[in-house]
Design a protein around this ligand. Structure first.
Ligand code: UDP
Ligand code: MG
Length: 313
């Protein structure tokens, strides 16, 4: 199968018929064999009925219905598990992404050899204050910490080599960082294509202001887990040792100066308390490192590495 198109949706009943008709048109023009996987993320409107209806006239449309709203990441994760196509496209259901971009996104994977091609909504039709400006900040932070040169990490329209989505797991609100997760997994050919963005035609946005706080917190945990997830002691141990040493040296200095330069009692000097505090923090960090190691050792992920190729096996 040439293409799997994965579409997470939450209360988008009005858009679905138009969107699927448009996709079908593009697929037929290009003679692609394809499937459309629509994941109904616990919609409370008639989205699921619409999907069942659409499937009657076009059996390439498949549906997964969640019992409740789990979020876009969960929906994408389930869609990725089910996808059978050689190239997998994700897009939003609200028709802000144009299906006309699909053939070129696929070509860049197949012919140019990219692992991921991310859409870039260069000209964006969303609210400037609540979306465009915060998203610039957010993208700059993600770019700096991950060293991936993308302008628009969170664009819903992306294409992937099948192997990429089969080897990463997304949960929480990690859908914003799929390129970073993929890079950690070893897929480094990440490209970008300017895509047409359109104003939302029906319904309202499903993401409020909380997404910025959550977004930054998730960025922190992703960077940490990616770097130290399999060796927590290298982080906690280093800082723990440094803190402890600093405290120890201060104490040493205080003790020496008391005995040799006849200073008054140790506890009279504020520095004494700083030294004790720093030593305690240091040993706490160290302990956290040990506990982290114990957890990592028991985790089923401790030895999961991706094998790119084998020969003679
Ligand atoms: N979505 C989802 N689950 C959620 C929230 C959103 O599946 O809990 C879907 C939504 O239906 C849409 C896509 O994710 O297809 C992007 O959401 P939206 O258009 O509201 O985000 P925005 O474009 O405003 O950033
Ligand atoms: Mg949208």
């Amino acid at each position: 199968m040439d293409l799997s198109i994965v579409i997470p949706l939450y209360n988008e009943e009005e858009s679905l018929p138009e969107l699927s008709a448009w996709i079908q048109k593009v697929m037929q023009e290009n003679n692609f064999s394809y499937e459309v996987i629509m994941i109904d993320d616990g919609s409370t409107d008639d989205s699921w009925k619409v999907i069942e209806q659409l499937r009657i006239s076009n059996p390439n449309i498949k549906g997964i219905k969640f019992q409740r709203n789990y979020g876009k990441s969960a929906a994408l994760n389930e869609g990725f598990k089910a996808a059978q196509g050689e190239v997998v496209i994700t897009m939003d259901a609200d028709m802000q992404d144009s299906p006309d971009e699909i053939p070129e996104l696929r070509r860049m994977i197949i012919e140019d050899g990219f692992d991921i091609v991310s859409g870039w909504k260069k000209k964006r039709y969303d609210n400037t204050l609540t979306k465009n400006i915060p998203s610039k900040l957010f993208n700059a932070a993600a770019r700096r910490s991950s060293k991936i040169k993308l302008h628009d990490f969170n664009c819903g329209l992306k294409s992937y080599k099948s192997k990429v989505i089969k080897s990463i797991e997304i949960y929480g609100e990690m859908h914003r960082y799929i390129p970073i997760l993929a890079k950690w997994a070893g897929f480094r050919k990440i490209g970008e294509k300017v895509v047409e963005h359109r104003a939302r035609k029906y319904g309202i946005t499903k993401f409020g202001w909380e997404r910025f706080i959550n977004g930054f917190l998730d960025l922190g945990s992703i960077m940490f887990v990616g770097k130290f997830g399999k060796r927590p002691m290298h982080f906690f141990g280093l800082w723990g040792t440094l803190c402890f040493l600093a405290g120890f040296l201060i104490l040493l200095y205080l003790t020496i100066s008391k005995f040799f330069f006849d200073q008054s009692g140790l506890t009279q000097r504020p520095l004494f308390f700083v030294a004790i505090l720093v030593m305690i923090i240091g040993s706490q960090l160290f302990l956290a490192g040990f506990i982290g190691e114990l957890i990592a050792r028991n985790s089923p992920e401790r030895n999961s590495y991706l094998i790119e190729e084998t020969t003679g096996l």
